[in-house]
Design a protein around this ligand. Structure first.
Ligand code: PMP
Length: 436
């Protein structure tokens, strides 16, 4: 039995992103995405109708579930050019990162005790590494430049005989900067070190090929690509048997022993379908969202002075913009525009009032980091929403600046002394014309 569900839009007779006029424009897709109706439709039969346990292979209920899981495995593998047998289902990218890092460390502790990662990785990577430091492992946290790029020569220099793992993300979740993962993979391969890539923000947005990029372990998550929350996957390269991570969860030996626990079949089916849809639509979608985010940036930069873009201008995810609005607090701007949902950093760290550690690592001064907002666009955004969001942002920043004595002082002092507190800042003119 399959039932067709309506999106909010369809139900309300509103076109666009599933948001009726009373709902905010959702520009926080890097935190999570709405489930695509086609994903939901694929999942529904596996709740009440085909509800079997995928491990109960002695009757039809179980076999149907197992078949659905196998199908999803193929769909996930297809998106990253892996084999279905190399995909392990998990509860999300946090768990995948934990298995990749802590599981590899445990498995390879006789080989070495050194891990290399980067200062702007997601907390699920950094905290796994920190945990290992309490267990006699050594971790090198590579710095990044002011655009969020790491230095490959520095990475190569950091590799020692004791290095067992390099863990570097494909694209950053706060600034969108994309790493040269094929070069990192080639280097790791040359040095016979495992390469784990947290590709949670990149998968489904840019092509990721685990073969071409020499990736041994890759983390991804369904809820960033229009699938359900609480499910993800870890790709584990097959031909490096001795290097495969030790499990963190022990139990019934599910997922070839890498991750015991009864499989969440509807969620896994959703992840599979979400990957399939990304594979079909990725190029078209990223072009569309790239245009939208350029438009958003153009509208904002034409109407708001003293802004900066954080991260690389070209070498970044097309759907993500991280903008600093000087002389205001990001939190204040968000409160002044309840009709636009954005984020002042990653959702995972937004409960702290500390400025973003990612922006700090880029050398962004704290007062500017506090004035930064992340706009992340997604599949269901419409151009009309981008126009509305831009107007709200412009209004909200102006409103907050009207209350800001610092801004008043900056305007009176003809900007320069205030604007150029950071020599590398990008002017509004440069934002509009990146080649200047
Ligand atoms: N890595 C990155 C880069 C992320 O953006 C996220 C989600 N914020 C995660 C890992 C964790 O993913 P999950 O929510 O599936 O645990």
């Amino acid at each position: 039995m399959t039932r067709k569900f309506k999106t909010n839009n369809e139900a309300n007779g509103v076109s666009g992103s599933g948001r009726g006029s009373s709902r905010a424009v959702y520009l926080d897709n890097a935190a999570t995405t709405a489930v695509d109706p086609a994903v939901l439709e694929a999942m529904l039969p596996y709740f009440c109708d085909q509800f079997g346990n995928a491990a109960s292979i002695h009757h039809d209920f179980g076999c149907q579930a197992q078949q659905a899981v196998q199908n999803a495995r193929g769909q996930v593998a297809g998106l990253i050019n892996a084999n279905a047998g190399e995909i392990v289902f998990t509860s999300g990218a946090t768990e995948s990162n934990n298995i990749a890092i802590k599981g590899s460390a445990e498995k390879l502790r006789d080989k070495g005790n050194h891990i290399i990662t980067c200062a702007i990785e997601h907390k699920a990577v950094l905290d796994s590494c920190k945990y290992l430091e309490t267990r006699d492992f050594e971790v090198t946290y590579l710095p990044v430049d002011s655009l969020g790029m790491l230095d490959l020569a520095q990475l190569e220099e950091a590799i020692t005989e004791k290095t067992l793992l390099i863990s570097i993300m494909a694209a950053n979740n706060e600034i969108g900067t994309i790493n040269p993962i094929a070069e990192i993979g080639a280097l790791a391969d040359r040095c016979k070190v495992l390469f784990h890539c947290d590709a949670t923000q990149a998968v489904g947005k840019i092509p990721i090929d685990v073969q071409e990029c020499g990736i041994d372990l890759l983390s991804l998550s369904a809820h960033k690509i229009y699938g359900p929350k609480g499910v993800g996957a870890l790709f584990i390269r097959r031909n490096r048997k001795e290097n495969r991570p030790a499990p963190l969860i022990h139990g019934g030996g599910h997922e070839k022993g890498y991750r015991s626990g009864t499989l969440n079949v509807p969620a896994i089916v959703g992840l599979g379908r979400a990957c399939e849809l990304c594979g079909e639509n990725m190029m078209r979608e990223s072009e569309r969202l790239g245009k939208f985010s350029q438009k958003l940036l153009r509208l904002i930069s034409e109407n708001v002075d003293h802004i900066r873009i954080n991260g690389h201008q070209e070498n970044r995810l097309g759907n993500l913009l991280n903008i600093t609005f000087e002389f205001v607090e990001g939190e204040g701007v968000m409160l002044a525009m309840p009709d636009v949902a954005v984020s002042s950093g990653s959702a995972c760290t937004s409960e702290t009032l500390e400025p973003s550690y990612v922006l700090r690592a880029l050398g962004v001064p704290d007062e500017l980091a506090h004035g930064s907002l992340r706009f992340s666009l997604g599949r269901f955004n419409t151009e009309q929403e981008i126009d509305l969001a831009a107007q709200s942002v412009i209004r909200a920043v102006k409103k907050m600046r009207d209350l800001s004595p610092l801004y008043e002082a900056a305007v009176i002092h003809d900007n320069d002394e205030f604007r150029n507190s950071n020599e590398e800042s990008i002017t509004n003119e440069e934002i509009r014309n990146p080649k200047l």
